[in-house]
Design a protein around this ligand. Structure first.
Ligand SMILES: *[C@@H]1O[C@H](CO)[C@@H](O)[C@H](O)[C@H]1NC(C)=O
Ligand SMILES: *[C@@H]1O[C@H](CO)[C@@H](O)[C@H](O)[C@H]1NC(C)=O
Ligand SMILES: *[C@@H]1O[C@H](CO)[C@@H](O)[C@H](O)[C@H]1NC(C)=O
Ligand SMILES: *[C@@H]1O[C@H](CO)[C@@H](O)[C@H](O)[C@H]1NC(C)=O
Ligand SMILES: *[C@@H]1O[C@H](CO)[C@@H](O)[C@H](O)[C@H]1NC(C)=O
Ligand SMILES: *[C@@H]1O[C@H](CO)[C@@H](O)[C@H](O)[C@H]1NC(C)=O
Ligand SMILES: *[C@@H]1O[C@H](CO)[C@@H](O)[C@H](O)[C@H]1NC(C)=O
Length: 446
């Protein structure tokens, strides 16, 4: 059939527009017809000018149905916080590199004046597309100076910013790269979000300074996946908070002094019950670090965490490969006393399968210990650092259907692997896979 020329032209324009846009992951295509290319004064000012006004202008002008472009290989100073909370259907094409101020007091003053977060993004369908080029797409926060300046026995300088708070839905985050974040990297809230090829590098170049609170992703939401990513940090690579459902963390590499794959802490505020289900942590290598798989909730907590699996986990030189406590208390924390200290955040249908590797028995712990005893030893017996599994259930009914399977973890000192286990009762946990008591870890084969 022959179509009149104007119709053909209109159709081809339509297709060009649609084809230039990757279909977003709600299955519908949302054209992004506007484009804002952000200029940089970095070169002309020899790295001294603040590019934040130009960046903020682009985020305002291209707030809807648009692509915001940080040019390939170009440096941008982000000397003041950026807040874009009315975005909708925007691609942030991060092909340049961002630089936070290098001067500590400058950042502290900004945080203290009411800006706890450096970058705030929110709205539906906010894609972040970094470049596959490993030289670009970095957010440089110059955290090393902060870690070096932290006085002995203190857990980080005051007025450290969270790097980025990202609230969205139906979005994809590709090649997100954070170098030496001052502290927490990304608070990721929302639903239907895929993160791929992220790199969080918070390893300290000085053995005497520790990168406190350098969490990777603090998650709250539904249907969020984080895959093929790398974390070298000094706190949780992922921390799942309430409420969260259907979270996948797979094919990732963790290392340096990481605190691993965490749930919690939960139940601190007993009036906000935990509600978490369907978490899968799979095919992960953890090299160095304090924890690999961890659950932490407060004594007196409320709520339920259900259907959680860590499987195919390879550890090397990890202090606490498998760790659960439902009895966390912190004498120093400003927390109301629970109405019922005997209550706990309930845990149900938890599986730990296919763990292999070695336990750090010669140099256990890490530089996050600034108290005596270390925060991570509180409530534990004198450990031999041969413990493959530590499970502390708060009550005899707060842990149900725990399953361990094929746990092959060996202490570096060649002693037998040990277990600390409290209150995971056999009747409620028929497939626990070992006897819940303290001592040598003896897997039960059935
Ligand atoms: C978003 O906010 C910016 C700055 O606050 C404003 O200029 C812009 O018009 C807003 N866009 C929409 C779509 O509301
Ligand atoms: C937990 O969250 C799910 C999903 O949002 C919801 O359907 C359920 O009602 C919640 N349960 C409780 C006890 O709040
Ligand atoms: C448990 O979680 C997994 C994802 O890890 C999911 O595939 C499965 O359907 C969930 N099972 C139940 C009973 O909800
Ligand atoms: C294990 O990690 C500690 C730091 O926590 C380090 O001192 C030690 O050399 C590492 N051991 C091995 C065998 O890698
Ligand atoms: C554990 O690994 C074995 C062999 O590698 C595999 O057959 C099994 O399905 C794995 N189990 C789980 C729960 O991943
Ligand atoms: C096992 O160790 C835990 C943790 O210190 C302790 O609370 C518990 O009483 C011990 N269990 C036994 C039977 O000694
Ligand atoms: C540590 O090892 C000693 C000697 O083997 C043993 O008596 C003690 O119970 C072990 N401690 C723990 C917490 O397993």
């Amino acid at each position: 059939m022959l179509l009149p020329k104007p119709t053909l032209l209109a159709l081809s324009l339509l297709f060009q527009q649609v084809l230039s846009v990757p279909p977003s992951n709600d299955g519908i295509s949302h054209p992004r017809s506007k484009k804002c290319v952000i200029p940089s004064q970095y070169r002309s000012s020899h790295g001294t000018a603040d590019d934040t006004p130009a960046i903020a202008r682009a985020f305002a002008q291209c707030a809807t149905d648009a692509t915001i472009i940080f040019q390939h290989g170009v440096n941008y100073n982000l000397f003041t916080p950026l807040s874009a909370t009315n975005l909708s259907n925007v691609e942030i094409r991060m092909h340049g590199n961002l630089h936070l101020p290098q001067d500590i007091p400058t950042v502290q003053a900004i945080v203290a004046s009411g800006h706890p977060t450096w970058i705030t993004l929110s709205g539906p369908r906010i894609d972040w597309t970094g470049s596959p080029d490993p030289q670009t797409s970095w957010i440089n926060s110059y955290g090393q100076a902060w870690w070096d300046a932290n006085p002995p026995k203190s857990a980080g300088l005051p007025n450290r910013p969270h790097l980025i708070s990202y609230t969205t839905s139906h979005a994809s985050i590709q090649h997100f790269r954070s170098r030496k974040p001052i502290a927490w990297t990304m608070k990721l809230h929302g639903s239907d979000i895929t993160v791929q090829n992220a790199i969080i590098d918070a390893s300290s170049s000085s053995p005497s300074s520790f990168p406190f609170n350098t969490d990777g992703f603090d998650i709250q939401g539904s249907r969020i996946s984080i895959t093929t990513s790398t974390f070298h940090n000094g706190d949780d690579a992922i921390a799942v908070g309430t409420n969260s459902h259907d979270i996948l963390f797979a094919h990732n590499t963790l290392g340096y002094e990481t605190h691993g794959m965490s749930i919690g802490s939960l139940g601190k505020d007993p009036s906000a019950p935990a509600n978490i289900s369907n978490l899968l942590f799979k095919d992960i290598t953890v090299t160095g670090g304090l924890y690999a798989a961890r659950f932490k909730s407060w004594s007196g907590g409320q709520g339920l965490v259900r259907n959680v699996t860590w499987q195919d986990i390879r550890v090397h030189n990890v202090t606490f490969p498998i760790f659960v406590t439902q009895s966390y208390v912190d004498q120093n924390a400003d927390r109301p006393a629970p109405d019922d200290p005997s209550s706990a955040v309930m845990m149900q249908d938890f599986t730990w399968a296919n763990f292999s590797g070695d336990i750090n028995s010669f140099h256990p712990g890490d530089g996050s210990c600034v108290t005596d005893p270390c925060w991570y030893d509180v409530g534990l017996p004198n450990l031999n650092h041969t413990e493959a599994v530590i499970i502390q259930c708060h009550t005899e009914s707060s842990c149900r259907n725990f399953v361990t399977e094929n746990i092959r973890l060996r202490p570096q000192n060649r002693e037998p692997a040990a277990v600390v286990c409290v209150n995971a009762m056999a009747a409620l946990n028929p497939d626990l896979g070992f006897d819940c008591k303290n001592g040598t870890f003896v897997p039960l084969s059935d």
